[in-house]
Ligand binder design. Sequence first.
Ligand code: C2E
Ligand code: CA
Ligand code: CA
Length: 390
Amino acid sequence: MEIASEKCKFRAGEYIFREGDRGDVAYILEEGVVEIIANIDNSPTVLNTLTPGDIFGELALIDDSPRSASALAKTDVLLTVISKAQVKARIEQAHPILQLLLTVIMKHFRSETARIRGNKSSDFPSKLYQEKLHNSIELIRLESELYQGFKNNELLLFYQPIIEIKTQLIAGFEVLLRWFSPKRGYVSPEIFAPLAEASPLIISIGEWVLEESIKALHLLKNYSRRDLFFSINVAEKQIKCKNFSGIIKEKIVGKFKKKIPIKLEILERSLFEGSEAISFIEFCREYGIPLVLDDFGTGYANLSYLKKFQFDTVKIDKCFIENLETNHKDQIICKSLIELSHGLGMTTVAEGIENQKQLEILKRLGCDYGQGYFFSPPLPREQVIKLLQQ
Ligand code: C2E
Ligand code: CA
Ligand code: CA
């Protein structure tokens, strides 16, 4: 989120803010001189004299505590305002460990300042602070348990059938991670996948997913009369990892002589103008690895991506399918997505099909493949074998 920074002026002798005020902006001093003054042992003391280029009031951007000092314009001053909103959005995007560190440092800084000034510690730590701290610690704990869990073989792969809509036959499977933690029980991938994806752990997990998938695919081939494909989720960090192409070459390309039956699913939001995504996609083209654009339409639905990056398949997100039978707008969106994909030489998969009605509509719209609880939930390998044997 980019919010244009405002400029503001104060006359000599005016207070820009006072100790104890609620603060939600910081300032860059552009012209003039500002004094930072705090009440120490009940007497106003100049802590610092600022000149152009200095920044002040920045603590208020990070926590919700009141101003710990006053800022007085010694001369006429010109300031650039930095709003809390500008910083907040970025802090929220930061990794939980960084958020935690920032919060802990702030807490120490605030209580140390209060101690030096002989104040009783203010209302710090606030409820909000404690809540944030608790959430960050919980995430870090979960991440370290996931790391241990991965090493202890607690991760499993499940496979969800992808059906060819025209024939209603199983064409392939999406490979989905599952974590059964002895301590927590089943942990949803909605919780642990983003955590893994934000840490370097996803590189090792991703490599393991590839290896396991290849083994499973070779096994399942024995139970199917048709050729099957696997569709594997790939995280942004993996694409950005320098030797990911090398890993794919070793684990996938080297394992198949003819057509490669492994598709890689890339989220729309993992595409970025950076050279890593472009060169990775070019690499996949060169080696004949099919690519699926996952969750298209839920991010920026940036059509220029479809022009720039060549995909084999577009996956229509379940949010467009869940009300398909009642929502006319969803029908229009699906129809357009299918036409657009076909026009650009790509096939379509609809995910999250839960009833016959949705399937019928998708069939009428010419959607190529479908997956969802209507056909089957994601299944462990043994149950997939049973399904193929039926
Ligand atoms: P996704 O790639 O969008 O996966 C589809 C999700 O939809 C899966 O959730 C699947 O179980 C669920 N689903 C399937 N059919 C239906 C249906 O009919 N209705 C509804 N409501 N949901 C359905 P799951 O398994 O919980 O995975 C969540 C996310 O975790 C995945 O979303 C994917 O982003 C991530 N993930 C899972 N496995 C991996 C992996 O191996 N690598 C990476 N990087 N991410 C993974
Ligand atoms: Ca997917
Ligand atoms: Ca999806």
